[in-house]
Design a protein around this ligand. Structure first.
Ligand code: FMN
Length: 398
């Protein structure tokens, strides 16, 4: 069992937690969520309000997926962290979050083959571990709001991979320059790193394909590069071994998840330091999430997978995917997670932490405005609890 879980006694979703050097006042985390409110890959003022609204003293937020390089985008109007202008723009957002007492990590993102020539410099094909395209079962959101077919990607040559690793490293350095407290490496949901991890996608014959050790190599090189630049206590990893989003299927998700965990554990041992946390998306997300075409496992299968990864990982463990108040409370109380990240409920409830604490009613989210560009509608205009309903219950200490 992870050491943090055993030393902290009777935990609840609302009890404090020491995550690396950060003193969190509760366990309700803002999950990373792409919201498409940037302009020319530069975050705008609306993001400062959005993230500040979701901040609580001692709370923890993870930014939306943030581009590490010009070849990284696969969605319209998402922000990057590879230019000085982007770094400056992020600083205002991070400052607004810090002013509210929250801690914020930047999620580093490269979509790999989940892109389109319209998003690529010079209209080039997107890059990946493979030259196999994502199947027509999935559609890409294009800048004009229409949906297109994913094109054939270009498989990276072995000698090109160190440069991509270097982009992650530089993006991490930039995130710290912008004031972020750390970074989360997006190794989940069928994007570039997952395209190396999963045997349903990775068909390489070099040292980045084939065996589990080879498929984990790219992720581990990114981890090493980023840690050497900004320190382990500022670096987290997200994986989703059992999520089939964008055809990211593995023949043995548990084995893959455990292989990643084993490598992270060994890395931590050799370094003598721990990463900030491991964030794992639960398959339930696909079952109830953005698409209905996932491969929903039974509740028992999911619990088996998550609990095995949790037990194996020697550090802070964060879960995500379909958590309600009840499920989040249970996960922490039963020691199945140290932290729980909430996505869609946090979109429509900026004061989600308070609402969960009070067991107050939750506002329903509007899926239609998840990826629209209006800086207010469906973004910063979701209501807070009224003063009246707040005072019906004893004031929560957050
Ligand atoms: C609109 C939207 C955008 C998302 N964008 C990202 C993202 O940029 N990076 C990421 O790792 N996960 C992303 N996710 C997944 C969420 O982080 C989260 O795991 C998922 O929504 C499941 O949690 P929930 O059931 O509480 O919503 C996104 C989810 C939604 C709904």
């Amino acid at each position: 069992m992870a050491d943090n879980a055993t030393t902290q006694g009777s935990n609840t979703l609302f009890s404090p937690y020491k995550m690396a050097k950060f003193n969190l006042s509760h366990r309700v985390v803002l999950a990373p969520m792409t919201r498409c409110r940037a302009l020319n890959w530069i975050p705008q003022a609306a993001l400062a309000e959005y993230y500040a609204q979701r901040s609580t003293p001692g709370g923890f937020l993870i930014s939306e997926g943030t581009l590490i390089s010009p070849t990284a985008p696969g969605f319209p109007h998402v922000p990057g962290i590879y230019s000085d202008e982007q770094v400056e723009a992020w600083r205002n957002i991070v400052d607004a979050v810090h002013a509210k007492g929250s801690i914020i990590f930047c999620q580093l993102w490269h979509v790999g083959r989940a892109s389109h020539p319209v998003y690529q410099p010079g209209g080039a094909p997107p890059i990946s571990s493979t030259s196999k395209p994502i199947s027509a079962r999935w559609r890409i959101l294009l800048p004009d709001g229409s949906y297109g077919v994913y094109p054939e990607p270009r498989a990276l040559s072995t000698s090109e991979i160190p440069e991509i690793v270097q982009h992650y490293r530089q993006a991490a350095i930039n995130a710290i320059r912008a004031g972020f407290d750390g970074i989360e490496i997006h190794g989940a949901h069928g994007y570039l790193i997952d395209q190396f991890l999963k045997d349903g996608i990775n068909d390489r014959t070099d040292e980045y394909g084939g065996s589990l050790a080879n498929r984990c190599r790219f992720l581990m090189q990114v981890v090493q590069a980023v840690v050497s630049a900004i320190g382990a206590e500022r670096v987290a990893v997200r994986i989703s071994p059992a999520i089939d989003h964008l055809d990211a299927i593995d023949s043995d998700p548990l084995k893959l998840g455990l292989a990643v965990v084993e490598r992270l554990n060994n890395f931590q041992k050799e370094l003598g330091r721990k990463l900030t946390y491991l964030h794992v998306t639960q398959p339930r997300y696909t079952a109830y999430g953005q698409t209905e075409s996932g491969r929903p496992g039974s509740e028992e299968e999911e619990a088996h997978l998550m609990q095995n990864l949790r037990k194996a990982y020697e550090g802070t463990f964060m879960c995500s995917g379909g958590f309600t108040r009840k499920l989040g409370m249970e996960a922490v109380a039963e020691g199945h997670a140290d932290l729980v990240s909430y996505g869609r409920l946090f979109i429509s409830n900026p004061d989600l932490v308070l609402r969960l604490k009070l067991n107050a009613p939750l506002t329903k989210y509007n899926r239609k405005t998840f990826y629209t560009q209006d800086p207010v509608i469906g973004y910063t205009d979701y209501p807070f609890l009224s003063k009246e309903s707040e005072t019906k219950e004893p004031r929560a200490r957050l």
